[in-house]
Design a protein around this ligand. Structure first.
Ligand SMILES: Nc1ncnc2c1ncn2[C@@H]1O[C@H](COP(=O)(O)OP(=O)(O)O)[C@@H](O)[C@H]1O
Ligand SMILES: [Mg+2]
Length: 236
């Protein structure tokens, strides 16, 4: 569904992504794992059109999307939950979710998408009238993912969905992500903590200094000595 082929990205004079190639298929749950500063956010921002590759291709369903604008890319079916959540703080939870249904029309009716978003994160229902400014970090993360889901995307990009969350809220976020996969959406997760890689991950990539150094099934990654040296190994 989504293909990055030999993507090079520069930020000013710095060569940040080096020949990055990766693939997300329909219904895949792909984890892009790497240390802080490795290039995960840059990769997701490039997919969303915030950054343009200097070389290489980004394709959605076989069609190039690099060079398109972010709102067009969202309309093509990519939902984005950024690292800092990026919710509209002055709007309520309900308004944040509703706005996403305007961004992309077609597909499921708006009311159905809103129901799905609350279905995945039932806790949000209690805060519907609350504004972003009054929410905890975990509630914002849930809202950010719920809002991306209300776009009815084929693929969701989640940048560090567990970062900075209290241990008490991690299971709610985790089960929400699992529920999204059961709805049939593909997911690409950027993750710096190996312990947060969901056990339903279908494919894992490891990025180090802007280069993909591993791509394959998670079980193979845990057996790879270079991978475990860089990112460690899960405790399970
Ligand atoms: N706006 C920017 N200006 C300069 N350097 C940047 C900028 N954004 C990212 N970088 C650099 O790009 C590299 C990759 O960053 P990033 O993609 O945010 O990593 P990650 O998300 O894996 O932590 C880092 O070395 C970072 O310092
Ligand atoms: Mg990042």
């Amino acid at each position: 569904m989504l293909t990055l082929a030999d993507v090079d990205v520069f930020v000013q004079a710095s060569h940040i992504l080096r020949s990055v190639s990766l693939e997300v298929g329909a219904r895949d749950v792909v984890c892009l794992v790497g240390r802080n500063g490795a290039g995960k956010t840059t990769t997701l921002r490039t997919i969303m059109g915030y950054l343009r590759p200097r070389a290489g291709r980004v394709e959605l369903r076989g069609r190039p999307i690099h060079g398109r604008r972010t709102h067009e890319i969202a309309r093509l079916g990519l939902g984005w939950a950024p690292e800092d959540s990026g919710i509209f703080a002055d709007l309520t939870v309900a308004e944040n979710i509703e706005i996403a249904t305007w961004t992309r029309s077609g597909g499921r009716p708006a009311a159905e998408r809103i129901e799905l978003a609350y279905g995945v994160f039932p806790a949000l229902r209690r805060y519907m009238a609350r504004k972003g400014t009054a929410m905890s970090g975990g509630e914002r993360k849930m809202l950010s993912i719920a809002r991306a889901l209300a776009l009815d995307p084929e693929l969701l990009l989640l940048d560090e969905p567990f970062e900075g969350l209290s241990p008490a809220i991690i299971p709610a976020v985790s089960s929400g992500i699992a529920a999204i996969t059961r709805l049939g959406h593909a997911i690409l997760i950027a993750e710096s903590n190996i312990h947060h890689v969901p056990d339903f991950t279908t494919r894992l990539y490891v990025i180090e200094r802007g280069e993909i150094i591993f791509g394959g099934p998670p079980d193979d990654a845990w057996r790879d000595t270079t991978v475990s040296r860089i990112i460690g190994a899960p405790s399970r």
